[in-house]
Write a protein that binds this ligand. Structure first.
Ligand SMILES: Cc1cc2nc3c(=O)[nH]c(=O)nc-3n(C[C@H](O)[C@H](O)[C@H](O)COP(=O)(O)OP(=O)(O)OC[C@H]3O[C@@H](n4cnc5c(N)ncnc54)[C@H](O)[C@@H]3O)c2cc1C
Length: 528
C-alpha cells in the first residue's frame, strides 16, 4: 500500500522488518525479490511523490567543483520509480577485467568476481524484461564483417540490450498498491540514521516531510538505495553521534567518487555504407533493441595498461528528419509516455515518403534502425575514470528544501582517461580505415597532454563509488555482502558500492549486486 506522508496528519512511527530507503530501480528490485521469497514486512521510503517531482535536494552547478560537472543538477528524478522515469534502460554487463585486480591501477579489484555475479545478472535480465540470449550471441552473423577484428585486436564488438519497459513506476505502483506486506511512504525524506546505545546497530531512520514534519521508521535491517550521490550523503549526514558520519571510521564515505566520461571522440565518414550500417546500426527484434558497441578488449587494457573504453554511434540530424520522429515514438512507447505530441512525429513521415519507406523497410524487414546518409555521424565514447581518493562527495554548508546540507561533488578525472580515449580512437581509425568502412576524423584534443579535453567531456549520469565495497574496513565502506563494516544491520545497494566503474552502463551490474544482497537478506528469513 501507499501512504503519503504529506497528507498524513499524525507523525508516524512505522515499524517493519526491512526498511529500504529509496524507491528507484534498486529499491524496487530489492522489493521484488523480498516480496517473492520471504514473508518480511517491508517499508519503502521515497522522498518524492508518485509523480516525478522536481529534485529538491539536487546539486546545483556551483556545488560541482571538480574537473567535469556531475550532471546531478538536471538528471535525477525524485519520485516513485526514481531515475527509471528518465533513464534509457540500456544494459551491458561488466567484464572479468573490470572486477579483477589490475596491477597498473590503484584501487582496482573487487571482492567479488564476475562469475559470482552471473546468476544475479540472470535475475536482473528478467527484472528488466531484457532479451534472454547471452551477450555473446552473434547478432552480426554476416561474412561482411568476418576478419574485421583479428583475435589479437585491441578492439572487440559488443552490444547492449535495452529494456522494453525502462520506466518501472507504472507496474510497481500497481504491485505495491495491491500488497499488504509493503508500505511505500511517499514524500518521506530520510534525513539521517539513528544508532543504538553501543553504536553497533541502526535503531531508526529519521524522516521529514516537505513541510518539515518529522517521523521515524524502525526496522530490523535498513538498506540504503537512494542513488549514487544520496547513499554517501545520507551516511555523512548521520553525524549526530560520530561527527564524520556513519560507516566513516576510515574516512572513506564519499571518496573514490566516479562517473563515466562521455566524449565525442571522432567524426565518421562512411565509405562502404553497407558494411558501415551492418556494423553500427541498432538492431530491433520485436520489443527488444540492441546497440552495437566497439570496446577495448580486456587483453588490450591489460597489455597497454589502459582504463576501459566503449563507444557507439551518435547520429545528428535535422529536427524534422523522419527517423527522429520514429525514435521519439519508440522511446515514448517504451516509457509509457505516448501522447498527442507524438502526432507531430507521425506527420513527419508523409513529408519524406521515400526516406520513410526506407526506414520502415530497414526496421521491419532487416530489423535494423536506419542510419540516414545525410546524418552527421560521431563515435561517442563511454570512458572509465580512475578511482581517486580526493574525488569525492562531501556535505556543503548550503541547505536544501528539507533544511539538510547539500552534497558537494568534486569529481576528479585523471589523465589516464585521456590516454585510454586517445588509444581507443587511434585503434578505431586503424580498423575502420584499414577495412575501407569509414574515414575517421579524430578529435585532436585527445592527443594534447593538457587538460583542455576535459571541457568537452561530460557526465553520463552514472554516479559510482562513494561507498565502495572491499574485503577490509581499511579499504572500503561496505563488506562483500554490501553491509556497512561498522554496523550489524545497515546495508548499501546501488552503484555507490562499485570500487571501479568499467565503461559499461552501471545499473545492470548494480542490479546484479542488489539481487545478491536480496538473497543474502532473504536467507535469514522464512519463505512464504
Ligand atoms: C537520463 C539518464 C539516462 C540514464 N541511462 C542509463 C542507462 O541507459 N543505463 C544505465 O545503466 N544507467 C542509466 N542511467 C543511470 C541510472 O538511472 C541509475 O544508475 C539508476 O537509476 C540508479 O538506480 P538507484 O535506484 O540506485 O537510484 P535512483 O533511480 O536515482 O533512485 C533513488 C530513489 O531514492 C530516492 N531518494 C533519494 N534520497 C532519498 C532520501 N534521503 N530519502 C528517501 N528517498 C530518497 C529518490 O527520490 C529516488 O526515487 C541514466 C541516468 C539518467 C539520469
Amino acid at each position: 500500500m501507499f501512504i503519503d506522508f504529506n497528507a498524513n496528519p499524525s507523525s508516524p512511527e512505522l515499524q517493519g522488518d526491512i526498511c529500504l530507503v529509496g524507491s528507484g530501480v534498486i529499491g524496487l528490485a530489492l522489493c521484488s525479490h523480498l516480496l517473492a521469497h520471504t514473508n518480511l514486512r517491508l517499508i519503502l521510503l521515497e522522498s518524492g511523490d508518485l509523480g516525478g517531482a522536481p529534485d529538491d535536494a539536487a546539486v546545483p552547478a556551483e556545488l560541482n567543483t571538480g574537473d567535469i560537472d556531475s550532471g546531478v543538477a538536471d538528471s535525477r528524478a525524485r519520485g516513485f520509480g526514481g531515475s527509471s522515469q528518465r533513464w534509457a534502460g540500456q544494459a551491458l554487463p561488466f567484464s572479468a577485467n573490470d572486477l579483477a585486480p589490475r596491477p597498473y591501477l590503484n584501487g582496482a579489484g573487487w571482492p567479488v568476481r564476475l562469475g559470482d555475479l552471473e546468476p544475479y545478472y540472470a535475475m536482473a535480465t528478467r527484472f528488466l524484461g531484457l532479451d534472454e540470449r547471452p551477450f555473446s550471441a552473434d547478432l552480426w552473423n554476416e561474412p561482411a564483417l568476418s576478419g574485421l577484428f583479428a583475435p589479437a585486436s585491441p578492439l572487440g564488438l559488443n552490444f547492449s540490450k535495452y529494456s522494453p519497459h525502462p520506466n518501472l513506476a507504472p507496474l510497481w505502483r500497481q504491485r505495491i498498491a495491491a500488497s499488504d506486506r509493503v508500505i511505500c511512504l511517499t514524500n518521506a525524506h530520510a534525513t539521517h540514521l539513528e544508532v543504538d546505545a553501543d553504536h553497533q546497530r541502526v535503531s531508526g531512520v529519521a524522516i521529514r516531510s516537505r513541510q518539515g514534519r518529522p517521523g521515524r521508521v524502525r526496522a530490523q535491517r535498513v538498506v540504503l538505495c537512494a542513488g549514487g550521490v544520496e547513499n554517501p550523503r545520507l551516511l555523512l549526514a548521520s553525524d549526530q553521534v560520530h561527527p564524520r558520519g556513519l560507516g566513516n571510521d576510515h574516512d572513506l564515505v564519499g571518496r573514490y567518487y566516479q562517473d563515466h566520461v562521455g566524449f565525442y571522440g571522432a567524426h565518421l565518414e562512411p565509405l562502404d555504407w553497407r558494411a558501415f550500417r551492418h556494423l553500427f546500426a541498432s538492431f530491433v527484434q520485436g520489443r527488444h533493441k540492441f546497440v552495437p558497441k566497439l570496446q577495448l578488449t580486456d587483453a588490450a587494457q591489460c597489455s597497454l595498461q589502459l582504463l576501459n573504453v566503449t563507444g557507439n554511434l551518435g547520429v545528428q540530424l535535422e529536427e524534422t528528419a523522419p527517423v527522429l520522429g520514429l525514435r521519439r515514438l519508440y522511446n515514448n512507447l517504451r516509457h509509457g509516455a505516448l501522447g498527442r505530441h507524438n502526432l507531430r512525429d507521425l506527420k513527419m513521415l508523409p513529408k519524406a515518403p521515400l526516406e520513410s519507406a526506407k526506414i520502415l523497410y530497414s526496421h521491419v524487414v532487416q530489423g535494423r534502425i536506419r542510419i540516414p546518409r545525410e546524418s552527421r555521424i560521431f563515435l561517442i565514447a563511454n570512458a572509465e575514470s580512475e578511482p581517486l581518493r580526493d574525488s569525492r562527495i562531501q556535505l556543503a554548508s548550503e541547505r536544501d528544501a528539507y533544511g539538510l546540507r547539500r552534497a558537494r561533488i568534486h569529481w576528479l578525472v585523471s589523465d589516464r582517461t585521456r590516454v585510454a580515449l586517445d588509444a581507443y580512437f587511434a585503434e578505431v581509425k586503424r580498423v575502420l580505415e584499414g577495412a575501407g568502412i569509414a574515414r575517421v576524423h579524430r578529435n585532436p584534443m585527445l592527443a594534447e597532454t593538457n587538460d583542455d579535453w576535459k571541457s568537452r567531456g561530460y557526465s553520463l549520469y552514472h554516479h559510482m563509488g562513494g561507498t565502495r565495497m572491499a574485503s577490509r574496513p581499511e579499504d572500503g565502506v561496505v563488506n562483500p555482502d554490501s553491509r556497512v563494516f561498522s554496523l550489524a544491520n545497515l546495508y548499501v545497494a546501488g552503484s555507490s558500492v562499485f570500487p571501479t566503474g568499467s565503461s559499461s552502463n552501471p545499473t545492470f551490474t548494480a542490479l546484479a549486486l542488489s539481487f545478491r544482497l536480496a538473497e543474502h537478506l532473504a536467507a535469514a528469513s522464512p519463505t512464504p
